[in-house]
Design a binder for this molecule. Structure first.
Ligand code: ATP
Ligand code: MG
Length: 367
């Protein structure tokens, strides 16, 4: 049957409310009395439910954000200025998120003030990606430097070790001095290992990608750490999604990643330690975008209830040699980061001091 060209498909009426609800940015309107008169869904998830916020004075709602209060004041008569700015937003319950804010006076067609309109955009992801870029840059510079330096150090070290081995032979009959020679050899070996790890970080490695069942791999890592878990009486909980597809990965390298993460978690916990390993399908659209080629991802989260990470330490934990431990090298997370990057994946962390830490690794699913 031929379509009748005169027949129109009715377009559904679009309301302002539907438009505002669909926006990813938070929109808040403050009336001339200084009370919140409108907020969309995105604003609710950032600030407070509309039940808690509507008709409330904005000075109460934003009392933990003096920077925002002064922007709003600036939009009111007699100033009537529009301003923009990025800062951390803290809601009434103390939840903190980086936001980009735009505050403008709201006026009718005759220029009469109707209050203020606020646009708030959550820029957590953008910040994370910027951090990630900076980190990649730092690692690349460090890689070149390290490769050169390590080469220069390895030769004299070889000489020291050779001389110490000769000393050991010559001192075989003098146990008190023999011990010194042995210490020298042991310490040289330790420096050598460090240099090898550092070189590993800077060398581009070839990944041997195979199809992997992530749960089987995680079970293998847990088996390697079973004794430590028993010794420290750590409760290990698995929240695996059995429907997950296989992923592409280099088995030994991914084992190293999860082993480092689990070791760190165990080291962070003392009494009543609880380690939760969760696996899920990735639904965050930004993560999928980040992985350049289109594809699906899964994530694995290693969560502990240990000492947590200080806010000021968070930007440094993936940098080589950053450690807060007496006998740590600070290379564990730098190695994890490099391996996951090479897999086209992503590694993120969420933590508060005293409240434990959660490391989330996203990996590409086999096509
Ligand atoms: N689960 C965690 N809980 C608390 N802090 C952590 C956790 N994981 C990492 N960290 C912090 O990040 C730092 C860097 O970790 P990384 O694994 O790179 O090095 P390290 O554990 O100190 O030494 P290494 O792994 O070489 O033995 C740690 O010293 C610690 O301060
Ligand atoms: Mg470590």
């Amino acid at each position: 049957m031929k379509a009748d060209p005169k027949r129109r498909i009715p377009t559904p009426a679009i309301s302002w409310e539907a438009i505002l609800t669909s926006l990813e940015d938070g929109v808040i309107v403050i009336d001339p009395r200084g009370k919140v008169s409108f907020m969309n869904q995105a604003a609710e998830s950032l600030v407070a439910s509309s039940a808690a916020a509507l008709q409330q004075p904005y000075t109460r709602l934003f009392r933990k954000n003096p920077w925002l209060l002064s922007m709003i004041e600036n939009s009111q008569p007699p100033h009537l200025n529009s301003t923009r700015g990025d800062s951390d937003f803290v809601n009434l319950w103390g939840r903190r998120a980086p936001v980009s804010a735009s505050v403008s006076p709201l006026q009718d067609q005759y220029g009469r003030s109707l209050g203020t309109i606020l646009l708030l955009r959550d820029i957590t992801r953008r910040r994370e990606m910027e951090e990630d870029l900076k980190r990649s840059d730092r690692l690349a510079t460090l890689g070149t430097l390290a490769a050169g330096l390590a080469h220069e150090i390895k030769n004299p070290l070889g000489g020291i070790k050779g001389a110490a081995q000769l000393l050991r032979r010559a001192l075989a009959r003098d146990p008190s001095l023999l011990e010194y020679a042995e210490i020298m050899i042991r310490e040289v070996d330790r420096v050598n290992l460090l240099i090898e790890q550092l070189l590993d970080l800077s060398r581009p490695t070839r990944l041997n990608l195979t199809m992997l069942n992530i749960h089987e791999l995680l079970d293998q890592v847990l088996l390697l750490e079973r004794e430590t878990a028993q010794e420290k009486k750590i409760d290990v909980r698995k929240r695996f999604d059995p429907s997950l597809p296989t992923v592409y990965g280099d088995r030994p390298q991914l084992i190293q990643v999860f082993l480092n993460l689990i070791k760190n978690a165990f080291q962070a916990m003392n009494k009543q330690g609880c380690l939760t390993i969760t696996t899920r399908m990735e639904t965050d659209f930004h993560i999928r975008e980040e992985g350049k080629e289109p594809g699906k991802f899964i994530w694995v989260e290693i969560q502990d209830n240990g000492v947590g990470i200080k806010e000021e330490d968070l930007p440094h934990i993936f940098s080589p040699f950053f450690t807060t431990k007496n006998n740590g090298t600070g290379l564990g997370l730098a190695i994890c980061y490099r391996i996951i990057k090479e897999h086209g994946g992503l590694i993120r962390v969420e933590s508060r001091e005293g409240e434990g830490a959660a490391f989330r690794v996203s990996l590409r699913v086999t096509a």
